[in-house]
Design a protein around this ligand. Structure first.
Ligand code: MG
Ligand code: MG
Length: 250
């Protein structure tokens, strides 16, 4: 069942979302060659817990060991923070963060360049970010879940990038993952109609090559089958009486 949220509940989700947006800004200077992903995890956990009532929502979720997911290059999502995963100039690093603040969850992801990156990676990041913006802009009470995926498809069509179709966005609220699923592909006008009070995590993931994914040996890290690079951008948004509102934006 889709849980619609009140204005007050949306405000509480936005407060957690602001913690994530601020965290991403703070982390930018730490994402550089030589940094390891466990260090980033520790920084993020401390930062989140420094806000009263806030905790990392991913820690322990389905048994995930970290506070944040850190996925490098061909890793799409669910990378586990590790001391021996050291960033190298030219890498791209996807960081996915969930915050639970006073029982309400928010979820956002961003892919960062590590130092100077090649032009294909840079274009991958720009295209993925743009597809998220277009998907967010499609959230309207006259639209359907299928319009969100169609907006991602429209943006990516004609580029050399592929949509990772097996991973989807989701409703969010008291739980990180709620109904409905929010696919990154779809037909306009299909699926559930969007309604005021819906809070959705929209999260397109694109790759430079194959759209197929496999799970790595640690049973968490999802990588592209052909090991091509991938990017991930995610916002938690609400459909309010004023239209769509991004809850994880700065
Ligand atoms: Mg996420
Ligand atoms: Mg999510």
């Amino acid at each position: 069942m889709i849980q619609l949220k009140t204005e007050r509940e949306i405000e509480m989700i936005a407060q957690g979302g602001l913690i994530i947006a601020t965290l991403f800004t703070e982390m930018k200077s730490l994402i550089s060659p030589g940094a390891d992903t466990a260090g980033l995890d520790i920084f993020a956990e401390k930062f989140i817990r420094s806000h009263e009532g806030a905790a990392p929502a991913f820690k322990g979720l389905y048994g995930f060991p970290g506070s944040i997911c850190v996925s490098i290059n061909e890793e799409v999502v669910h990378g586990i923070p590790r001391r021996d995963r050291v960033l190298v100039e030219g890498d791209i690093l996807s960081i996915d963060v969930g915050v639970r603040l006073n029982d309400w969850c928010s979820d956002s992801a961003w892919t960062f360049p590590v130092g100077e990156i090649d032009s294909q990676s840079s274009e991958l990041l720009a295209t993925t970010k743009e597809s998220l913006h277009r998907a967010v802009a499609s959230v309207d009470k006259n639209n359907y879940i299928g319009d969100i995926g169609a907006a991602v498809m429209d943006c990516v069509e004609g580029t050399k990038y592929s949509i990772i179709k097996d991973l989807v966005g989701h409703g969010i609220g008291r739980d990180v993952h709620e109904e409905p699923q929010v696919p990154n592909m779809g037909k306009p006008g299909s699926g559930v109609q969007l309604r005021e009070g819906m809070v959705l995590a929209i999260e397109p993931m694109l790759s430079c090559g194959s759209a197929e994914i496999v799970t790595g040996g640690d049973e968490w890290t999802v990588v592209t089958q052909d090991r091509s690079r991938s990017a991930h951008f995610e916002h938690t948004v609400a459909l309010t009486s004023q239209g769509v509102r991004v809850l994880t934006g700065a």
